[in-house]
Design a protein around this ligand. Sequence first.
Ligand SMILES: Nc1ncnc2c1ncn2[C@@H]1O[C@H](COP(=O)(O)OP(=O)(O)OP(=O)(O)O)[C@@H](O)[C@H]1O
Ligand SMILES: [Mg+2]
Length: 469
Amino acid sequence: MFTSIKQKLTFIYILLIAIPLFMINFFAVESMQESILREIEVNALKTANIVSSISRNNIQQPLALKRSINQYMTGGGARTLVLDNVGRVMVDTSNLLENTVINNQEVRQALQMKEKLGYYQTDKYILQVAVPIIETTGDSRSAIGAVLVSVSVEEAFRTIHDFRQRLMILSVTAAFLAMMVAVFAGRSISKPIVSLSKVAKKIGEGQLGKTVSIESRDEIGQLAENFNYMSKELHRIDKGRTQFIGDVSHELKTPLASMKALIDSLLYGEDDIEVYREYLGDMDSEIDRLSALVGSLLTLTKIEETGIRKDIFSLKEMVEESVKILNPLAQKYGVEVVTMIEDTPNIICDGDRIKEVFINLIDNAMKYRDVEKAQNRVYIKGRRKKYSYEITIEDNGIGIKEEELQSIFEKFYRTDLSRSRDTGGAGIGLSIVSRVVKLHHWELEVKSKIKEGTSITIVIPNTSLKNSL
Ligand SMILES: Nc1ncnc2c1ncn2[C@@H]1O[C@H](COP(=O)(O)OP(=O)(O)OP(=O)(O)O)[C@@H](O)[C@H]1O
Ligand SMILES: [Mg+2]
């Protein structure tokens, strides 16, 4: 029925104001009219009864009766008629109908000993009251005449009419004001919703990051705030995705281009078998890098997709297994790996992912060794703290510049020092580390000094620890 909040509110407001107004109009006027007329009726009946008792003793002497009645009625607004038992007018305070016979319903009822009330409209509105004049002889009572009192109710009717009219004007004014308030209230509620819906449409059309202005702190204001947050987050995620695709393409392009160059030079120049062997060896390592990159990317997306699955694992075993996997690399680089785990705690975590974290950190510690040093070492230290357990992977390698420390966890980031080296990877390892640690609600701390080495600590809160084996 209604297509907007504004219309709905207007309708509800009008209904809310119309119902009580209708009730006031109807019941107030009714009860006012009743009480005014009731008072007039009571007074008229009182007058009629008094005249009736005055008339009871003087009914045979019309002149004396007329005098007494005129005396009583002085100043009264009512016209009074006294009739005998056949309806002939004996006294008329207006002196118009004397000696004429009246045979209306009031008179007939009164002569049958009943009081009768009625409203009539002649040239004006009048109330007519008829009461019998009763004579009591012994046990029997009979009507020897009737008294007819007519009172003008013109004034009372006018008062009631005026009151009704004033109330009507008041009601219409109130309804109009209510409508204005409803339109205003409807507009102030629907305006932010309309702008929200417009911006939502724009976002749907691809304009991510669009926001609405927040003008209130109520529920709609909060909705707008959350909506803006959602829009900005969508924009940020979208930008991140585009950047990620760009970075991946870039990373893939470099090894592909160098492989293409190697193949071209083999196709169009060399026929020495040794050169072939060398070039194919280069291509082999490019392919290794490519598959390592694709593998890391797949791991990263898998983590986002499936999250983590927690169970209980021995820290010592996880570290030992990671070191074992990297043993060939340690031998190749001549790096000594020293493990010192206090307490041998059990940890609630995703074992496979945490091993991946250790492998990435130990791999970096070995890869970014300082070739100028006589002995490169990697320390894996586990220490019990009051509220946590800390595991640190420390090396005496090339180190990381202070200004680069906060960037190393970004995807594809490689420091200036490592970029030139052929040991350098794609820059994905630490993003995996940071994501997995975050999913466990653990923390990472990095310390590094150029030429001295790097230490990365994972802080595992006590809530993730189980008693030692
Ligand atoms: N222990 C370390 N010592 C010195 N530099 C480090 C160390 N660990 C990480 N870095 C620097 O941080 C960068 C990012 O590390 P990350 O592990 O993410 O990437 P990567 O090792 O280059 O490649 P990937 O791990 O994906 O094979 C490295 O390229 C390197 O420059
Ligand atoms: Mg790495």
